[in-house]
Write a protein that binds this ligand. Structure first.
Ligand SMILES: Cc1ncc(COP(=O)(O)O)c(C=O)c1O
Length: 475
């Protein structure tokens, strides 16, 4: 098993290929989610410490019978929860190749072609965003890590150890920003939550007021985080205006585009992102709207020298000898990770294999699906929107006739029970958001398989499940 023969490898791959064909072919008919318990899953897993090996077929059987059915089927076309990509077959093969080669992208010398491929794909992403020619970047584990890198770079530009650094983000910003501030020693309490408007975009007047008040109180404003697609509602902040404010107060502008930024590939959404290319740094997640499997996040920055100043670290055991500039490239000088998986391969295989035109069309179709759901909700008498659809996220609630005159608390309670019941039902999957203090059902279309018909099925599922007695009554 540690080193299988050619025949064994062939037999394993045949079984895996067959599994993949059956799994993807039957995806629509699978329950998206199965209500289960920790106990039920543990019962399917032999807990004994394995002194002797087990053959591949037996491992595959556990995967097929226990792991697959008790996982949420993230590739299912009606998986609308969170910000979940479906993965793509081409990237599954890329991940396999990456593991076969097991390249470790620490420095150019350790993985020459993989590092070149990372540089190439990072440069493609730079071009997609419209960033300056000298910009650089890295693939990282996800948007949270990319936000941390952007904020670490921002801090690098202010040489201040007073403990009074202040960072500004909208109240709708992702929690990874506050986490990054805590991890970097800036302090969660120094992340100022800026108010949002009725479309959940940052309010520029409140941003300026907070910066000004902080300056007067002796704080040191250093960074503003703008959203290119908030996690709750998909709001895109006014990026150009934020750039102007950042310039006025000499702040670093970081954009959190983890969810939304790749929607710049869709004609219908492009204008929303004007000004994004002027940011100092941006967090992106190819494992969201490029449909790739986890994990691959990405950070792009205007000035790689600032990343180097923030992260470079020289140790004798990693010192390099006799390399020219390009070949002397040290990945760990530009981010926090040392060992790094060959994430670039799946990005490259996707972009090169599928092409930007098809990706843009798929994103466009996701936007259309969310827009269609919004129009159906607005035309209905038993659903209502809680926020306008801006990209592919939709927040709404179900208000059947008999609930119409009930209190907001009763309506929220019903929708909370409905959410859990729909998740357990297994035909469609939503998550939730709290907006202006009220509970909302929240969905995000992030799958190239999702169709307009799936949006109709989602509403039918909610109506069907909502009619059940235990969902209606307060337990
Ligand atoms: C806007 C936004 N920022 C950051 C993140 C964190 O990304 P990750 O889960 O890849 O760390 C998310 C995740 O959903 C997000 O939606």
């Amino acid at each position: 098993m540690l080193e299988p023969s050619a025949d064994e490898i062939r037999a394993w791959s045949n079984s895996v290929t067959q599994f993949m064909i059956d799994y993807l072919g039957g995806l629509r008919d699978r329950p998206l989610y199965r209500h289960t318990s920790s106990r039920e899953i543990r019962d399917g897993l032999d807990p004994a410490l394995p002194a002797k090996g087990t053959d591949f077929d037996a491992l595959l059987k556990v995967f097929r019978d226990t792991i697959v059915p008790f996982s949420r089927q993230n590739a299912h076309p009606r998986m609308f929860g969170y910000v979940q990509s479906p993965g793509t077959p081409i990237a599954a093969f890329a991940d396999l190749f990456a593991s076969i080669l097991n390249a470790n992208l620490t420095i150019w010398r350790s993985a020459p072609a993989p590092v070149e491929l990372e540089r190439l794909t990072i440069d493609w992403i730079r071009q997609i965003l419209g960033f300056n020619a000298g910009a650089g970047g890295l693939f990282v584990s996800g948007g949270s890590m990319a936000n941390l890198i952007g904020i670490a770079m921002a801090r690098q530009t202010k040489n201040d150890s007073s403990g009074r650094l202040r960072i500004y983000a909208s109240s709708e910003g992702h929690f990874s920003v506050a986490k990054a501030a805590a991890l970097l020693g800036i302090g969660r309490e120094n992340v100022r939550n800026v108010a949002v408007d009725e479309r959940f975009r940052i309010r520029l007047d409140d941003l300026v007021a907070k910066i000004t008040a902080d300056l007067e109180a002796g704080y040191v404003p250093f960074c503003v985080v703008a959203n290119a697609g908030t996690v709750n509602t998909g709001a895109v902040d006014p990026l150009r205006e934020i750039r102007e404010i950042a310039d006025r107060f000499q702040l670093w502008m970081h954009v959190d585009g983890s969810y939304g930024a790749f929607a710049v590939l869709a004609e219908a959404a492009r204008k929303l992102f004007a000004g994004m290319e002027q940011a100092d740094s941006i967090a992106l997640d190819p494992h969201k709207w490029l449909y790739l499997p986890v994990d691959v996040g990405c950070v792009i920055y205007r000035n790689p020298e600032i990343a180097r100043a923030a992260f470079a670290y020289e140790a004798e055991y990693t010192r390099m000898f006799g390399e020219e500039a390009d070949e002397a490239f040290v990945c760990w000088d530009y981010g926090p990770e040392l060992s790094r998986r060959f994430r670039a391969l799946k990005v490259w295989m996707l972009l090169k294999g599928v092409g930007l035109d098809s990706l843009g069309a798929a994103i466009e179709s996701n936007l259309a699906c969310a827009g269609y759901l919004e129009s159906m909700v607005r035309a209905s008498d038993d659903f209502e929107m809680v926020a306008p659809v801006q990209l592919s996220i939709f927040c709404f609630r179900h208000v059947p006739v008999q609930l119409r005159n009930q209190s907001p608390k009763a309506i929220d309670g019903f929708n909370e029970r409905l959410l859990v019941a729909v998740q357990r039902d297994g035909s469609s999957y939503l998550s939730n958001a709290t907006l202006s203090g009220r509970f909302a059902l929240r969905g995000c279309v992030l799958n190239y398989r999702t169709t307009l018909r799936d949006m109709e099925i989602l509403l039918d599922d909610l109506r069907r499940v909502g009619r059940k007695e235990d969902v209606r009554s307060q337990k």
